[in-house]
Ligand binder design. Structure first.
Ligand SMILES: [Zn+2]
Length: 321
C-alpha cells in the first residue's frame, strides 16, 4: 500500500508519499501564497494525488490530509481555521472535494493530530501507551495517543492544548483564536513576540533588543541567537516559556496520566533553554505519581506532519473493514 500524506500549512502545503515500511518515496511542497479560493486549493491537492495514482497504478492508495484548525474527522470537514483565509471556506468539505476530483476518499484530521501519529510511529516506534505530542510553532497544537490508538475525541477536536486556559479569561493576553488566556497566547510565536517586545522596551540596551531592532520583521530566531549569546533578557523569555508550557502540560498529565510527552515544531528547538523551567513545574506538582515515570522528549523532524499523515493514511486504511 502507498500512503499519501498532505500537510496543509499557512505558508506551504507539504506532500509525502510513503510505502508500508515507512520509506519516503516522494516529498514535495507548494507555496500557498497566490492560491485564492478553496477550489483552487483542492485543484492543487487533486493534481498531486492523481499524479501519484497514475505513477503507482494498480497499487492500493490511501490518503490523509492534516488541516490546521478544528476538523470534523468523521465527515472530513474543516470547520474552523484562523489561518487560511479563503472567502469560501467556512465548513470546507475537504474529503468530499478531493473524492470528487480523484475518486479517493481521504482521511482528514487536525494537522497536530496526524503529526502526533508520525511521532508515535517514527520517534517512539509505538513504544508507550498514552502519549501527548505538543506542536510548538505559530500555533500550539496537540495530538493524543490513548491506548496505542490515535485519539481524536467525540468531534475530532481532541488535543487543542494551545487553547486551554492558563490565565484569566478577561485580562489574559489575546490569542489568535479570539479568546484570552490561552496557552498559545504565551508560548506560540506570536505570544513569545509579545513578551519579547515588552522585555525589549524595559531593557533597550540588551543583546535581545539590539537583535530585535536589527531585523525588520520579528523572527523567533533572534530570541534563539540572543540566548546563545547568554543575553539574560532572552534567557528569561525562554525560562518563562518553559514555565508556561510546564503549567499547560502539567494540566494534561494530571488529566490523562500519559506516559510520554513529546515536544515538536520550530519553537521546540529552544528546548535547551526552556526545558529546565518546564521540568521544575512538573517536579513541583503535589500529586507526584503521574510525573515520576513521565518521559519528556523532543522530536526534531520538521516534516512530521506530512509523514505522520501518510503513515496514518496507511494504518487507517488497513484497519477498514
Ligand atoms: Zn486560543
Amino acid at each position: 500500500m502507498i500512503g499519501i500524506g498532505i500537510d496543509i500549512g499557512g505558508t506551504f502545503i507539504k506532500f509525502f508519499v510513503l510505502n508500508e515500511k515507512g520509506t519516503v518515496l516522494r516529498a514535495d511542497k507548494l507555496e500557498t501564497e497566490g492560491i485564492r479560493t478553496a477550489d483552487e486549493f483542492i485543484d492543487k491537492l487533486a493534481l498531486f494525488i492523481n499524479r501519484i495514482k497514475k505513477e503507482y497504478a494498480g497499487k492500493p492508495l490511501a490518503v490523509a490530509v492534516g488541516a490546521p484548525g478544528d476538523v470534523d474527522n468523521q465527515k472530513g470537514i474543516l470547520r474552523y481555521n484562523p489561518n487560511l483565509k479563503f472567502t469560501d471556506m467556512t465548513d470546507w468539505p475537504i474529503a468530499k472535494n478531493i473524492f470528487e476530483k480523484t475518486g479517493i476518499l481521504p482521511h482528514v484530521a487536525n494537522d497536530a493530530t496526524l503529526a502526533a501519529w508520525g511521532v508515535y510511529e517514527t520517534d517512539l516506534h509505538r513504544q508507550g501507551s498514552n502519549v501527548l505530542v505538543v506542536t510548538l510553532g505559530t500555533g500550539v497544537g496537540g495530538g493524543l495517543i490513548i491506548n496505542q490508538e490515535l485519539y481524536q475525541g467525540s468531534n475530532g477536536s481532541a488535543g487543542e492544548i494551545g487553547h486551554t486556559k492558563i490565565a484569566d479569561l478577561t485580562t489574559g493576553p489575546l490569542c489568535g483564536c479570539g479568546a484570552r488566556g490561552c496557552l498559545e497566547a504565551f508560548v506560540g510565536t506570536i505570544g513569545i513576540k509579545r513578551r519579547v517586545l515588552e522585555a525589549v522596551k524595559e531593557h533597550p540596551q540588551s543583546e535581545l533588543a539590539k537583535r530585535v531592532h536589527q531585523t525588520k520583521d520579528f523572527k523567533i530566531e533572534v530570541v534563539f541567537q540572543a540566548a546563545e549569546q547568554k543575553c539574560p533578557v532572552a534567557l528569561k523569555i525562554w525560562e518563562d516559556t518553559g514555565y508556561y508550557l510546564g503549567v499547560g502540560i502539567a494540566n494534561w498529565v494530571l488529566t490523562l496520566d500519559v506516559d510520554t510527552v513529546v515536544l515538536t515544531g520550530g519553537v521546540s528547538g529552544a528546548a535547551p533553554y526552556f526545558m529546565p523551567a518546564l521540568k521544575r513545574v512538573l517536579a513541583n506538582q503535589q500529586i507526584k505519581t503521574p510525573f515520576n515515570q513521565l518521559k519528556l522528549l523532543v522530536s526534531k523532524n520538521p516534516n512530521i506532519g506530512g509523514i505522520g499523515a501518510a503513515l496514518y493514511a496507511i494504518y487507517h486504511a488497513q484497519r477498514l473493514p
